[in-house]
Structure formats: structure tokens, C-alpha cells
Design a protein around this ligand. Sequence first.
Ligand SMILES: C[S@@+](CC[C@H](N)C(=O)[O-])C[C@H]1O[C@@H](n2cnc3c(N)ncnc32)[C@H](O)[C@@H]1O
Length: 240
Amino acid sequence: MTETQQNRTDKGAYVRDMFATIAPRYDTANRVLTGGMDEGWRKTAIDLLAPPANGRILDLCCGTGDVSFHLLRRDPSLHVTGIDFCEPMLAGARARTLREAPSKDVTFLEGDVMSLPFEENSFDGATMGFSMRNVVDIGGTLAEVQRVLRSGARFVNLDVSKAPSALLRRAFNLYFYGLVPLLGGLVGGSRRAYTYLPQSLTHHPNADQLADRFAAAGFIDCGYQRLMGGTIAIHYGTKP
Ligand SMILES: C[S@@+](CC[C@H](N)C(=O)[O-])C[C@H]1O[C@@H](n2cnc3c(N)ncnc32)[C@H](O)[C@@H]1O
């Protein structure tokens, strides 16, 4: 194994272990840390996806299924597949299926989004929520998403982003790097994890750079919508 491959494996294992630690309280921590606003952001992301009726939708890094269940609430005719490499997060998603969508077509699979276990042109749309910062290889992930989408299908990515205003960035950083580790430690059960999560934004591309990465991966009609002054962004692109 080369040094680069080893680093990728190490970072992936670190991220997986971290989410395994916070999985049991992940949903509660999300609601507390965002004051419940994350629900509205997810709905906006799904509006931008505009999934076709009866469509097959892939929810990448599905975690406990927040985006997947929003998809099904918007349109119960959808066929949703969630994929994540952290089994305890998937266990949460499967438990929620019994409570929130017992009769819907939703499946949660263990797998790595940088190497998707699906044929080409398998899906009519794809989503990713709050995860692009965590994947080791953004370009490799975008290439995989593109491979499994059918021509004309859209990919929508919702995540924390860097606000364009320096003032807002400073205020957000106080919250994100200061308060989130404290609150995350109390509510989410792991200060270490909620210290890592904000840091994952530090070296992440800004909104324009991420849109460029979408285009470089071959997506067309790429763009993004800023929410909360740009501290949240929803990127989208279509497979040609
Ligand atoms: C912050 S959570 C987001 C979960 C969910 N999408 C949401 O909106 O709440 C990030 C998720 O990405 C998963 N993840 C990170 N890298 C991954 C990879 N390479 N392949 C699959 N899952 C990955 C983690 O296991 C974790 O469940």
C-alpha cells in the first residue's frame, strides 16, 4: 500500500470510529446545535433536487437517514437507497425506518461512497447531507456519483460552508469552533468528535471552489444556493 493510500485508509477509519461514537445521540445533537433549522435546510435541498415521481434516489453518507426520510415525506413514491460506511449510524437509520417509514421502499446499505457498489446509470437523483467535508477524496466521490446517475439526473449536496462576509465568518467561527465542541460534548456525548467536525471545514473548498470541483468532475448546470448568509450551501449539478 502506498503512503497516500495508507493516509486515506487512516482518515476513513478515524471518521468512521468518530461517527460510531456519536451515533446514538447524533439526531438530538443535530437538532440542538442548529436550533432545529437543519430540517428546513434539508427540505430546501430536496426542493432543488426535484426528484421525479417513482424515482430511484441515492442518499450518500446517509448516516441515520435524515435526508432519506425527508425525501420519502416529500414523495412517498420514491425508492430510496441510503449508503454509509458507519454501521452504528446505519443501525439508527434502520430503527427509524420501522418508526417513520415502515411501508416505504427504503434500504440502508453499508459501503464507501468513494467506491459505490452500484452499476452505471442506476439512479434518477442523488443527495448528500453534511458529509462532503468528511470524505477523503472529493473528486473521487463526485466521479462515483456521476457514474451511478443516469443522464439528466441531478446531484444535490448540502453542507456547512465558508460565508463570503468576513464579519459573518468571524461570528460563525465563534459559534462553530467555540460553542459546537462544548454543546456537542454535552448533548452529543463526545467533545473530541465535535471538535473534529468544525475543523473539517478549515481545509474544505469554499462555495465557488466546490462548484468548480463539480464542473471538473463533469457535472453540467452546476451552481449553489447559499443559506444563513453562506454558512450553509447547497451545491447541485446534473449528469450530462
Ligand atoms: C455528518 S454525518 C451526515 C449524516 C446525514 N447525511 C445527515 O444529513 O445527517 C456524515 C456521515 O458520513 C459518513 N461518511 C463519511 N465518509 C464516508 C465514506 N467515505 N463513505 C460512506 N460514508 C461516509 C459517516 O459515517 C457519517 O454517517
